[in-house]
Design a protein around this ligand. Structure first.
Ligand code: TRP
Length: 445
């Protein structure tokens, strides 16, 4: 359970959710995101853990075993295959952002944030983005940290550390929230995030919110399946899922509040994009008493959370390679690490030298990878798993794992067979239908 929490809690909560709220117009996005968590992500997380515990293998082979058990085509194993690819693609940009966090640890230690102004914080971040070599160094360090753990296959110690570090991250976020409340504009933040404003509900925002529900809970690519395979037979899948989903969502929304209180008090731009937390949090951290200490601790904890998440992005692919080829774990990790490192370099360049390079739908490299994975591959992978479990698996087998009764089982069944597939289908159709009518790029903020 801790490992799954470690996978779920990461940059998705602290970095991605807050900036996406701003880019997608605030409260409407937040409400759709919460609804996606409850009606799609939670039931699908139960499914993914269940498939993993029953399959006991890497995602691709687990799906193969389960398909055989259910008496259906082993082509279902491709669901696991697509998932592993998604993980590798996500890590290519996740590691770059993880690198930003590492570089912020150093800045915090050096006292760069002490009494920093809003302009200072923004220019600090922009300077980082403008230096490909600096970014490359941090991306390399972050990826090396990740791949070292994966190559050794000993993430256990790291997972035990979650025991202390996740509560600590929560605690420091609460301190930050409290401080942000005193220096920032919390009522504006609340208004922005929670007062329903349905005029801002666009197909892009809906798709983004749904996609992020998958991203933040690590769903749809088999990461949770791998951890599910380690979950003891007697642990309750339902309780594990609920606990993680609530913790994860709360962490993200609290970070959002802390950030938007600062954004509105300092007349910053809510739609600033991927740099948002790096341009806002230093302002609060830098003006707090013992600010250097808190800033360092904060970025260390975020870096740690990112580290445990990134391991889960690549572990399924490594597991598949070593179980299906003669390569050792070390060699498999090295090869996959190199592929991710190289793809990451293109992501780095998309923030500076290749800023104008557009690859898909008029998007740059970073945006394309992010959109392709979060809004296409993960929802698709997740829904295919739901359809598989909901329609093809034998009830007896489902019950042996899930052990849900009464309304809880009915909720699981109807969300997996009807609600989640239809929601994803409608969101896809709506998005692509709306896309035809756009003359401009729908992702341009
Ligand atoms: N959930 C993590 C986060 O929020 C990221 C992550 C880890 C992930 N493993 C994943 C996302 C698998 C999708 C699929 O930072």
């Amino acid at each position: 359970m801790l490992a799954t929490a470690g996978s779920a809690i990461g940059l998705g909560n602290i970095w991605k959710l807050p900036y996406m709220i701003g880019v997608n117009g605030g409260s409407a996005f937040v409400l759709i995101f919460i609804a996606s968590i409850i009606f799609v992500a939670i039931p699908l997380m139960m499914t993914e853990i269940m498939l993993g515990r029953r399959g006991q293998k890497n995602p691709l082979d687990a799906m193969k075993v389960l398909a055989q058990e259910a008496g259906v085509s082993t082509l279902w194993s491709w669901v696991g295959g697509i998932g592993m690819l998604a993980g590798v693609l996500i890590l290519s940009f996740y590691s770059v952002v993880g690198g930003w966090v590492l570089s912020y640890i150093l800045s915090a230690m050096e006292g760069v944030f002490t009494n920093i102004s809003a302009e200072g914080a923004a220019s600090n971040f922009n300077q980082l983005l403008a230096q490909p070599l600096r970014l490359l160094m941090w991306h390399s360090i972050f990826l090396l940290l990740t791949m070292t753990v994966v190559a050794r296959g000993v993430s256990e110690g790291l997972e035990k550390a979650n025991n202390i570090l996740i509560p600590l991250l929560f605690a420091i976020l609460l301190i930050l929230l409290g401080y942000s409340m005193s220096v920032g504009d919390m009522s504006a933040a609340f208004q922005f995030m929670f007062s329903p404003d349905f005029s801002k509900v666009t197909p892009t925002a809906i798709l983004a919110a749904l996609g992020h529900a998958f991203f933040t809970l690590s769903l749809g690519m088999g990461a949770v399946m791998v951890y599910g395979s380690y979950l003891g037979k007697h642990e309750s899948i339902g309780q594990t899922t609920l606990f993680i989903a609530i913790l994860d969502t709360a962490l993200g929304l609290l970070t959002g509040l802390a950030i938007y209180a600062l954004v509105f008090a300092n007349q910053l731009e809510p739609g600033a994009g991927p740099g948002l937390i790096f341009q806002t949090l230093p302002i609060a951290l830098g003006s707090m008493p013992a600010g250097n200490f808190f800033a360092t601790l904060f970025f260390v904890l975020v870096g740690f959370a990112a580290w445990t998440s990134s391991i889960s992005l690549v572990e399924p692919a490594v597991a598949w390679v070593i179980e299906n080829t003669k390569l050792s774990r070390k060699l498999a990790s090295t090869i996959l690490g190199l592929i991710i490192w190289l793809t990451g370099i293109t992501v780095i360049l998309s923030f500076n030298e290749w800023q104008d390079v557009k690859i898909a739908l008029g998007l740059g490299i970073f945006d394309s990878l992010d959109k392709l994975t979060s809004t296409v591959m993960l929802p698709l992978g997740g829904v295919l798993m739901a359809v598989f479990a909901g329609y093809l698996m034998k009830n007896k087998h489902i019950n042996e794992e899930l052990r849900l009764t009464g309304w809880a089982f009915r909720f699981w069944k109807i969300t997996n067979t009807v609600i989640a597939p239809i929601a994803v289908l409608i969101v896809f159709l709506n998005f692509f239908g709306a896309f035809e009518n756009f003359t401009l790029d729908p992702f341009r903020h």
